[in-house]
Design a protein around this ligand. Structure first.
Ligand code: FE
Ligand code: FE
Ligand code: ZN
Length: 277
C-alpha cells in the first residue's frame, strides 16, 4: 500500500494531526516541531501523546516525520546561530522519544561564503553532538535544491556529512523531488539513473522518506519553489514512476505542495489511484 500524507499544522497537538490525516485519506503526516521560524516548542502533553498513539494504531497512521525549523542552520559562520541549531535539535530529539521510532528531517544548512567543505564539517560536528546511542529516531538529511549556498545540493555532499558522523546508523536521507530536480537530477527523464547514482554515492538503504512536490521552475534552476502535483515541470507521469519505483514504493511520501486540506486530499487520492498493486 502507498504510504502518503502531507504537511500539517502541529498547533492543536498530535491527536489532532492524526485525525486530520485520516480525514483526508492520509496514512501519515509531516509537522514542524515548533514554529518554523524557530522559537520555543510547546511542552509535550502526555495525554495527547497517549491518545495519538491509540488513535494511530486504530486508524493505521504510521511513520510520522517531524521537520526541524527551516531557520535552523547547523553550519552558520555565526556561533550563536550554530548554538541555536544545537539546542533546538537536542530538544527536538528528546521530544521525539515520546513517539519512538519515527523520523526527524532537517535542512543541512547554508554555508554562506565559508565554502561547502567547511559547511559539511560544521554540520557533522553538530550531528556528532546531538545524536546519542539510545535514541530511536532516525535523523534525515534533506536533499536541497542548491539555492544560494545550501549544503546538500548533491549526493556527494550528503555522503560527506554521513561519513563524518560517528553514529551514522542514526542517519538517513529524505529525497525531495522538487529539490533534486531543481538541483539537476533528472527524475523526469532518467529516474533509474538518478536512483542508481543515489545508490552508488550514498547507498539506497539510507533513503527513508520522500517529499513529493512538483516544481514551479524548470530542470536545474536551483530555485526551490514547490508546485501542486501535476501543475509543475515534473508532471503527473513522472510522479507515477516515482511512487511505483522499486527503490521507493515502500517508503513514506509527504506532500509539501501549496495546498489547503482539500487540495491535499485530492493529491492523495490522485497518487493512490496511480499506485500499482
Ligand atoms: Fe524541508
Ligand atoms: Fe522538502
Ligand atoms: Zn523546498
Amino acid at each position: 500500500m502507498l504510504t502518503i500524507g502531507c504537511h500539517l499544522s502541529s498547533s492543536k497537538g498530535y491527536l489532532n494531526m492524526a485525525e486530520t490525516a485520516v480525514s483526508i485519506g492520509a496514512d501519515t503526516f509531516q509537522f514542524f516541531t515548533r514554529n518554523p521560524r524557530g522559537g520555543k516548542a510547546k511542552a509535550i502533553d502526555e495525554e495527547d501523546i497517549r491518545n495519538f498513539h491509540k488513535y494511530s494504531r486504530e486508524h493505521g497512521i504510521h511513520t510520522i516525520l517531524a521537520h526541524a525549523p527551516y531557520t535552523l542552520n547547523a553550519c552558520s559562520a555565526d556561533e550563536s546561530i550554530r548554538e541555536f541549531a544545537l539546542n533546538t535539535m537536542t530538544d527536538d530529539l528528546r521530544r521525539m522519544e515520546y513517539t519512538p521510532g519515527q523520523l526527524y528531517n532537517f535542512h543541512p544548512g547554508s554555508h554562506v561564503k565559508q565554502g561547502a567543505e567547511r559547511g559539511i564539517e560544521l554540520i557533522a560536528e553538530l550531528l556528532n553532538r546531538v545524536l546519542y546511542p539510545e535514541m530511536t529516531t532516525t535523523v534525515l538529511l534533506e536533499t536541497m535544491a542548491g539555492k544560494g549556498s545550501e549544503v546538500g545540493r548533491s549526493f556527494e555532499e550528503i555522503r560527506s556529512i554521513i561519513d563524518r558522523c560517528e553514529l551514522s546508523e542514526k542517519l538517513g536521507v529524505c529525497l525531495d523531488t522538487c529539490h533534486v530536480y531543481d538541483a539537476g537530477y533528472d527524475i523526469v527523464g532518467d529516474l533509474d539513473g538518478v536512483i542508481d547514482e543515489f545508490d552508488r554515492i550514498i547507498g539506497i538503504d539510507r533513503l527513508k522518506a520522500v517529499h513529493i512536490n512538483d516544481s514551479k521552475n524548470p530542470f536545474a534552476s536551483h530555485k526551490d519553489r514547490h508546485e501542486k502535483i501535476g501543475e509543475g515541470y515534473i508532471g503527473t507521469e513522472a510522479f507515477e514512476r516515482v511512487i511505483n519505483h522499486p527503490a521507493m514504493r515502500e517508503l513514506p511520501f509527504y506532500l509539501e505542495t501549496p495546498n489547503e486540506l482539500d487540495g491535499y486530499a485530492g493529491e492523495i487520492s490522485l497518487l493512490k489511484g496511480l499506485y500499482r498493486h
